[in-house]
Ligand binder design. Sequence first.
Ligand code: PEP
Ligand code: MN
Length: 342
Amino acid sequence: MILVLESGLNEFSQNDICLKLQKMGFFTRLVAQYGQLIVSVDGPGEDSLEREVAKWNGVVEVISGRNSFYLASRRCNRRNSLIKVGEGAATATFGDDSIVVIAGPCALETQESALQMAMGISAAGGKVFRAMIFKPRSSPYSFQGLGRAGIPILREIKRQTGLLLLTEVRDPLEAELVQDEVDIVQVGTRNMSNYQLLKHLGQIKKPVLLKRGMGSSIEELLCAAEYILAHGNSDVILCERGIRTFEHYTRFSLDIGAVPALKELTHLPVVVDPSHASGCKTLVEPLTLASIAAGADGVMVEVHESPEKAFSDGTQSVSPAQFTRLIESITKVAGAVGRKIV
Ligand code: PEP
Ligand code: MN
């Protein structure tokens, strides 16, 4: 259960509410975020408490239920959260009228190929370079990524291209290793429900791109975002990347409806990954354009210099030439919906 407290409620009254609940046998935690104060309450029989607590002085709202979230909701923050990534000359903002394009190979392979791709992506108009060094793979026999050996390569890409960097982490240790090296830390679909990781990412000072679990509902995605927000990090970017359905022609089913639904439910920016959603390079362009028309704040596309030779996900990776044409199409659709590519 979540109690939303009156704004500006003094410390004495905040503690009084928590103490009363603790004496009744509940665990409480005060969370301050977006200039608002909430108390999370848990313990047996909390549902029966709802009506009583709603009458207490200083409590303005009680939110309960299995998938309860507040900080991620539009009720908490009516304006779009603007998430600024990077510093100095190279920055991008998610959530304003721009469309941010994140592009790069599925996995970082060699420094030479990564640099070549990064330069092509930068020249075409991409803003953020994605390359994973820690790969969560379905099979233990598939390429698992370069691991920490990839860190100096990421540094070199940044030094030579000035692109913003995004990479994935699967546990708190990996987050510690890369948080000062990249501009955005990704949580992949398989880790959306890794709550220890989410709590840890709540404590770092880097934006987090949180992908929707392939079997998770929109509300579960928002609850996962709530973990990060409630632990102190307000820079969360959501990513729709396709969900598992009975349809097997595509790798997953892109839930395009999730984009406007999320824009209604949350103030957090929404990005779409048409590459993992479709698993097929010919579908990447139409799905990218549909995502932008549906209101996405950015897209993440897999690009590889020779897709047929990629260590992973070559079938869904577009070539640098196709990426350049994709940026041209994105620019047109973005313009038609009053947005611009940055
Ligand atoms: C990725 O972005 O490289 C990735 C593995 O995506 P997902 O977690 O959505 O499968
Ligand atoms: Mn991939």
